[in-house]
Design a protein around this ligand. Structure first.
Ligand code: NAP
Length: 495
């Protein structure tokens, strides 16, 4: 493993950490928490404290709801063209500040700068895409089958939205929700992950500069997410919960939202299979596997979690993947040379270590990596395992790290059965030169998204989401993302 050294001084857009940690963002202003307490933000590359952000209380949350309620009427009545132009400005400002935002993401999340740059471009695109969608929200008009009346369907903003996001894409998971909510005419309260709040606050400054009116976007951080978000959901003016995170927390939030009959969109955990058939283009499959596995050092819900390779191509694929993984440059996220940054926390490293040890105990072979690093920072080395049995814990749990477990299969039926042997159904990857087989297998795999001969599936223009325990609803895509933030109102009339 090569350890790259941090080198921030060349960066002309160094983030203003103090500005990003100056307060909760409520009603267009920066306010202290009523608790007077703070949450420390740790740099995963060095374990140093980067900043401290306010720790919001239930009273702070109530102030955020009041602020959103005050903004709700004028925002829903703002002309779609005006909303669209503000969203477009958010996109432009994010692109102008891309290097600053990418550096900030790398600092608090640890991901390699190249991944952070990719995230900023992806995150900004949700504003551009939804700026275009904001002016294309249309209704329906028809004649009832009986002929006795007309059916008019109007789409209206659902109301105040609570958005809860994870640490693995601090910018994109927030903009994937904020942009369509604003396009639909809804004010929002964002609760970002405690590990990566700085990006969310830095983005709030950008929204403000772009012309988002006070109260339309509110951001608060808390170390007490259960009670604070439960208090927000209990306010009858809050009508939507959009959550991205683990399936376990998603279930808790669904139960909380059920008490108040609140509409929920849930982007939850994944356990993506990556299937390589004998007839696949080997180099393309290896390129795709490196992206599907190593984007964000494996800390992605869409990350290839189980790699199934057909017997005829198995050894060449395992050898090629091992060569590429072993050559990766590991180091601080902010170093331009880094290809694999640290994990988010020590706990995450320990979980990966437990999963690898379990697989080894059950007979998996270590082709590279597999040993904990002694360097400071939350590092785990790029690792390839072969002969990973179906009962290994990592075949059923998200690894969320740079570990590629390879298993061999013989037939198409077996590959489909293995792929579907999970409670999750977010993303899946299939490599074959036979298009008919690719489409057949894609239709039989239980997942919301299939990448066929591609290592990357995410696209703001496509509906992102999962089936089974991976979630409810879709984000992005033509109409899908905005529809989650609207209610259909049916008007019956005759003349
Ligand atoms: P997490 O532990 O579920 O946390 C996600 C968010 O929920 C954080 O903001 C967290 O706040 C908050 N939270 C935790 N407990 C809560 C509670 N009782 N009530 C209300 N909010 C609560 O997930 P994570 O570890 O940050 O993220 C990794 C997970 O996200 C993985 O499972 C990954 O697959 C999934 N993910 C899914 C998608 C998708 O699109 N399907 C995308 C990205 C990630 P604190 O930070 O303050 O605890």
């Amino acid at each position: 493993m090569t350890v790259a050294q941090p080198d921030l001084h060349h960066d002309r857009q160094f983030p203003d950490i103090q500005a990003a940690s100056r307060g909760l963002y409520i009603d267009g202003g920066w306010v202290s928490s009523q608790s007077g307490k703070t949450i420390e933000v740790i740099d995963p590359s060095t374990e140093a404290i980067l900043a401290a952000v306010p720790d919001a209380t239930i009273e702070d949350a109530a102030a955020a709801v009041e602020s959103a309620a005050r903004a709700a009427v004028s925002w829903r009545e703002t002309a779609p063209r005006k909303r669209s132009e503000i969203l477009r400005r958010c996109f432009e400002l994010m692109i102008e500040r891309a290097e600053m935002l990418a550096t900030l993401i790398s600092m608090e999340n640890g991901k390699a700068l190249r991944d952070a740059r990719g995230e900023v471009a992806y995150a900004a695109e949700f504003f551009r895409w939804n700026a275009e969608e904001a002016v294309r929200i249309t209704g329906e008009y028809g004649v009832a089958p009986s002929g006795s009346n007309r059916i008019i369907v109007d789409y209206q903003p659902i109301g105040i939205c609570l958005l809860i996001t994870p640490w693995n894409f601090p910018a994109a998971m927030a903009t994937r929700k904020i942009a369509p909510a604003l396009a639909a005419g809804c004010p929002v309260i964002l609760k970002p992950a405690s590990e990566t709040p700085l990006t969310a606050y830095a983005l709030a400054s950008i929204y403000e500069e772009a012309g988002v009116p006070p109260g339309v976007v509110n951001v608060l951080t808390t170390s007490n997410p259960g009670p604070v978000t439960a208090a927000i959901l209990a306010d009858p003016r809050v009508r939507k919960l959009s959550f991205t995170g683990s399936t376990g927390v998603g279930r808790t939030l669904l139960a909380e939202a059920a008490k108040h009959v609140i509409s929920c969109s849930m982007e939850l955990g994944g356990n993506a299979p990556f299937i390589v058939f004998d007839d696949a283009d080997l180099e393309a499959a290896l390129d795709g596997a490196m992206i599907a596995k190593m984007r964000n050092a494996g800390e992605a819900c869409t990350a290839a979690n189980r790699i199934y390779v057909q017997s005829g191509i198995h050894d060449a694929f395992a050898e090629g993947l091992t060569r590429r993984m072993a050559a990766l440059n590991v180091g601080a996220g902010t170093d331009a040379l880094t290809e694999c940054g640290p994990m988010i926390t020590r706990k995450a490293v320990e979980k990966i270590g437990r999963l690898v040890d379990d697989a080894k105990t059950r007979g998996a072979k270590v082709l590279c990596g597999g040993e904990l690093s002694k360097d400071p920072g939350f590092f785990y080395p790029p690792t390839v395992l072969s002969d990973v049995p179906a009962d290994a814990d990592m075949a059923h749990e998200e690894i969320f790290g740079p570990v590629a477990p390879i298993s061999r299969f013989q037939s198409e039926e077996e590959a489909i059965e293995l792929a579907n042997n999970t409670e999750y159904g977010l993303a899946a990857y299939v490599y074959t030169r036979d298009l008919a087989r690719g489409l057949r297998v894609s239709s039989k795999i239980e997942a919301g998204m299939i990448a066929l001969n591609r290592g990357l599936v995410s696209d703001p223009a496509a509906p992102f989401g999962g089936v089974k325990q991976s979630g409810l609803g879709r984000e992005g895509g033509q109409h899908h993302g905005i529809a989650e933030f609207m209610e259909a109102k049916y008007i019956a009339t005759s003349f």
